[in-house]
Design a protein. Sequence first.
Length: 180
Amino acid sequence: MLFGNKDIYAIEVYHQPLDNDSFYMTGRMCIHLYNTMFGNIDDRYCHLYVTYATLLSKIECLNELEHNFNLDNDCDIFNFLDELLYIGDDDRTLEQIKTDWEQYGNFDFMTNAGEMFDRTKSFIYMDSHKKIHILYQEHKYNENIKDFIDGEIICTELDKETFEHVTNGFIKWYEENRNK
């Protein structure tokens, strides 16, 4: 299934039922942002619940994603959120780390949300003009050093209505198919 338009914002997902009593729906999934794929659509039998729950939470609290970070650009915002939520400063106390997560954790997006988003970091926020910003980075395997390295930070912007329409389409599909 494809929800949306790959030229702007789309969620591509395929249900792959397992022959067991698995509680969670499995399949393949990725997100398309301006013809760039985010997530691994070839990773089979991934749990789709985490991505569903993440997208549902963003829709339910969309207005809480509005923020003015007072930074120069989206790459700076990505690095700011990455530092606070994932890299951390060794000088912070546990209480400071918890406070940072409480204040900025809702901007986390699909970071390691299901196997198809392993080795990714992503953030989402809405600016004062009601534009949704999705910022992501995939870690690529480097055969020469036999390790993962940080990929390019990709920053995208789309209309709030487009994000809502496409995301709600996926949410409805998931809810209709989760017990099949």
